[in-house]
Design a protein around this ligand. Structure first.
Ligand SMILES: C[C@H]1O[C@@H](n2cnc3c(O)ncnc32)[C@H](O)[C@@H]1O
Ligand SMILES: [Zn+2]
Length: 434
């Protein structure tokens, strides 16, 4: 007997070898998908009727700072350097472990409700993030954000912290958690420090999550400092590889794109954050045309201001169309791939498709809504018409985290209340320091 059978749904497999099934069945056992078909004789403990819904792989958010939900709506409408240096960093200096715990719980709740099954996070107090992920049932690739600022002693301490986190958390929660090194960015970490991180990551067989060429200011700073851009500098120190997740990558030259592609670097595109901070437009279609693995991320809640992947998909598609002046650029199906298949590839997850033997990381999207009817093309509706609140069920590793809009893995109201309380206290400490 199976654990879960999902029946009567439109199965959007995202699997190039298996077409979508209009009225199909997904069978789940021991955390894995064991069958994807039109009919089954199999029985299960739980049978989910997905009539009028789309059954699809859950989203992979490849760049977040989950604890920053506490800064949602704080310091809006500023450029990145002013926002980060004069507002966010001083506020983050007041963060405690319990703040990050409360903020990350709020983030996980939001992600579960909006159909995300895994996220790549870079922040502080990462042990708290690990605890939340472990309890929530989500998957995550976690990294301690190391900011060295050309201080050798600080660099040593940061690397030690990053390594200790990896040693303790990599592979935890039955493998749902992986741990990465998180050097913040080439304009906040010296070349020498980044070389050490690369060496250590190779030795520890750990991946690396880093911001790269997010702003023109970073590009100019790198040119002044090294006579070359971040991508060239990182290439010169052999930093790149398929184990690198580079967030943003906005200010790329054609040569930079070739370097990223040739080194199989995973690129996390964050269009909403890039638009809100007026950082620029990443050359996504050019990267995809080269065969690069481009996935999607929201960034933190202070620069987005939510963690919804539906909004991120729509923004990504529209932004490339207006940037290239080509309405055929980044069509719905391709942007869906970025949010599922490509994200799973970046984090090395056996997820991102509804396919036999893949992780049972499945969401059910309710199409019986005014804004989703009539329905001609499912990918089109998912990208251009659907929203976070259309997700009715989220399953990760075969565990139902949300069932028909009811969150089962945490007390929703308690998480909201505790997040709000933590933010209120944090902000009074921040104000007292002003
Ligand atoms: C981990 C640190 O990274 C900071 N951060 C959040 N969003 C961004 C961004 O878009 N670019 C650079 N740094 C960012 C976060 O506040 C932490 O300090
Ligand atoms: Zn970021």
């Amino acid at each position: 007997m199976a654990d879960i059978i999902i029946k009567n749904g439109y199965i959007l497999t995202m699997d190039p070898s298996l077409e979508s099934i209009k009225n199909g069945v997904v069978v789940i056992e021991d955390g894995r998908i064991t069958d994807v078909c039109e009919n089954t004789e199999e029985t299960a403990d739980t049978v989910i009727d997905a009539q009028g819904s789309v059954v699809m792989p859950g989203f992979v958010n490849t760049h977040t700072h989950a604890g920053m939900t506490l800064f949602r709506g704080y310091a809006d409408d500023l450029a990145l350097s002013d926002w980060l240096e004069n507002h966010i960093w001083p506020a983050e200096a007041e963060l405690t472990a319990s703040d990050v715990y409360a903020g990350t719980r709020l983030a996980c709740l939001e992600m579960i409700k909006s159909g995300t099954i895994a996220f790549a996070d870079m922040y502080f107090f990462m042990e708290e993030v690990g605890k939340v992920v472990e309890d929530s049932g989500l998957r995550a690739a976690l990294s301690y954000g190391m900011i060295e600022l050309w201080d050798e002693e600080k660099g040593k301490a940061e690397l030690k912290k990053g390594k200790a986190f990896i040693n303790e958390w990599d592979g935890k929660a039955d493998g749902r958690i992986s741990a990465m090194y998180g050097p913040h960015a080439p304009n906040t970490c010296s070349k020498e420090f980044l070389m050490k991180v690369r060496e250590q990551a190779t030795e520890d067989n750990a991946k690396i999550h880093i911001h790269v060429l997010e702003t023109e200011a970073e590009l100019n700073q790198m040119k002044d400092q090294y006579g070359m851009c971040s991508v060239n500098m990182l290439d010169e120190i052999d930093f790149f590889g398929p184990d690198v997740l580079a967030a943003h990558c906005v200010w790329l030259s054609d040569g930079d794109m070739d370097i990223l592609r040739n080194n199989n670097v995973n690129i996390s595109h964050n269009p909403v954050s890039n638009m809100k901070l007026a950082s620029g437009i990443a050359p996504v279609t050019k990267l995809l045309d080269r065969g690069a693995n481009v996935c999607l991320g929201t960034d933190g809640c202070a620069s987005n201001n939510n963690l919804g992947m539906f909004e991120e998909m729509k923004t990504a598609a529209l932004l490339q169309k207006v940037e290239t002046m080509d309405p055929m650029a980044l069509p719905a199906r391709q942007v869906l791939e970025m949010a599922t298949v490509n994200g799973a590839k970046a984090l090395d997850l056996n997820s991102g498709m509804i396919r036999k033997d893949y992780n049972a990381d499945v969401i059910i999207v309710d199409m019986n809504k005014a804004h989703l009817n009539p329905l001609y093309d499912v990918p089109s509706h998912l990208v251009y018409s659907a929203g976070s609140s259309d997700v009715r069920t989220t399953i990760v590793n075969g565990r139902v985290l949300m069932d028909d809009y009811r969150v089962l893995c945490m007390d929703e109201q308690k998480v909201i209340d505790e997040g709000r309380d933590a933010a209120e206290k944090l902000m009074s400490r921040v104000d007292a320091k002003k």
